[in-house]
Design a protein around this ligand. Structure first.
Ligand code: HEM
Length: 431
């Protein structure tokens, strides 16, 4: 499509065009109240699918499934690497955020590949299924056991968040005293407004976790390696690896561990919690999954498509490129919305509904292209086992809908801060 044709089309749909670009007043930081991401992205898809906004320093917004796919696949034109000259800011967010390096999410090829290969090995479908199914089931049952006799719990704070934290942090090799504190801090840091005391406390916890906890654990394994021992956990594995013939550096090992925690914990907890709320609101779906567990083969991805925990990531244009008829110039920033792609009715029939047996389902909740989520097999398995065990052990749970609150600021992530529920008490299963 030429720029003129694209302009005719968006003007006909009601999108203002300024300086040859569809230009919108759009800020992707959504409060818990007021216009929600789903509504705002729907409007963009319908009127201005590729648009420029002056908000947050000025950037493009890409919202249709086809265009989101193009941007994520074309890593030669759209870079994930840091462009901030101080190196202190992650440019995967708009505006850039002060953050330590996440490896390899913030690398482009060729630097990207050797790190990603290591993750592909430890997170392959087989490695996850054979190595982690029992641990996931154990930690799902253990967390349900802690509340099952009382008949009441918070499905975020008592189940999803600590259970996912236990699986991921145990697998990495962190001691148990870190698990709940860290997973809850990740949740509180994204779930509450930055000024909220819970978020403030979480920021403090997370700062201490980045430095010194991750460095201490990496240093322990490096000392063991120097003595000829490799500890049997993922941190032990990573520090023992070579990259392009040289030993893994401390900075890169820490950057990978940091990303595995930040990328794995609250994303999976948010996704499963959204499924808990949906299944309360749609008893017919709850019943269908109880009666026919084979539906789980498609249901997990459909829940993630309908309730994507990740709303968007940024890229930086590094060479002239055309998207949806509009030329983007090097240096320009692009917000690419995985969530909006998931909701695109041109890609998905009945896009607003949860269709438990939807297939095919080329959703974008895990991203697309070379940076597509390295942990998706682990995420799917944790999600499925946790929700399945809740349906088996507390099938009549009732969510206190009047106490549901969305994340206070939904920009990169979305979800429920807390999901209080009651149910008929039952017996523990782990003794
Ligand atoms: C439902 C849960 C999850 C969702 C929705 C999710 C979503 C995503 C998305 C959208 C990306 C792409 C980022 C980009 O393009 O810049 C990504 C990357 C990544 N995720 Fe996940 N994720 C989930 C769970 C996990 C888990 C459990 C782990 C591991 C413990 C994990 C580890 C990673 C890593 C390492 C990357 C970076 C991959 C790369 O740059 O090559 N994620 N995830």
């Amino acid at each position: 499509m030429t720029a003129d044709q694209a302009t005719d089309q968006v003007e006909a749909a009601g999108c203002p065009v300024a300086h040859g670009r569809p230009t919108v007043e759009f800020d992707h930081h959504f409060g818990a109240e007021g216009t929600q991401p789903e509504e705002a992205y729907r409007e963009l898809r319908e009127k201005c699918p590729v648009a420029w906004t002056e908000a947050n320093g000025g950037h493009w917004v890409v919202t249709k499934h086809a265009d989101v796919t193009q941007v994520f696949m074309d890593y030669g034109s759209f870079s994930s690497a840091r462009t901030d000259p101080t190196g202190e800011l992650s440019t995967l967010a708009i505006p850039p955020l002060p953050m330590k390096l996440n490896v390899p999410e913030e690398f482009d090829p060729p630097q990207f590949h050797p790190y990603r290969r290591l993750l592909n090995g430890v997170l392959s479908q087989k490695a996850v299924r054979d190595g982690l199914t029992e641990r996931i089931r154990y930690w799902a049952d253990w967390h349900i056991d802690q509340v099952i006799e009382s008949g009441a719990c918070d499905m975020v704070y008592d189940l999803a968040s600590p259970m996912v934290g236990a699986v991921v942090l145990e697998w990495l090799g962190f001691p148990q005293e870190d698990w709940r504190r860290i997973s809850q801090s990740f949740h509180d840091a994204v779930g509450y407004a930055p000024s909220d005391p819970r978020a403030q406390k979480a920021f403090g916890e997370l700062a201490g976790f980045q430095e010194p906890r991750i460095s201490e654990e990496i240093a322990i394994r490096q000392r063991e390696l120097a003595e000829g021992r490799v500890r049997d956990d993922v941190m032990g594995f990573l520090v023992s690896q070579e990259i392009d013939g040289a030993p893994m550096t401390t900075e890169m090992a820490e950057g990978m561990v940091r990303l595995l925690i930040a990328g794995g914990v609250d994303t999976t907890a948010s996704g499963s919690t959204s499924a808990f709320v949906h299944l309360y609101q749609h008893p017919e779906h709850r019943q269908a999954l109880i009666e026919d567990p084979s539906l789980w083969d498609t249901a997990v991805d459909e829940f993630l498509r309908r309730y994507p925990p990740v709303l968007g990531h940024a890229r930086t244009v590094v060479k002239p490129v055309t998207v949806g008829g509009y030329e983007m110039a090097p240096g320009e920033r692009v917000l690419v919305s995985e969530a909006s792609a998931c909701w695109d009715a041109d890609q998905f029939d009945r896009a607003d509904e949860v269709v438990l047996d939807r297939t095919p389902n080329r959703h974008a909740a895990f991203g697309l292209g070379i940076h597509r989520c390295a942990g998706l097999h682990l995420a799917r398995l944790m999600f499925r086992i946790l929700v399945e065990r809740v349906l088996e052990r507390m099938p009549d749970y009732v969510v206190a809908e009047d106490q549901l609150h969305r994340y206070a600021e939904q920009s990169g992530m979305a979800g429920w801060t807390s999901v209080p529920a009651t149910f008929t008490p039952g017996p523990r299963v782990l003794g």
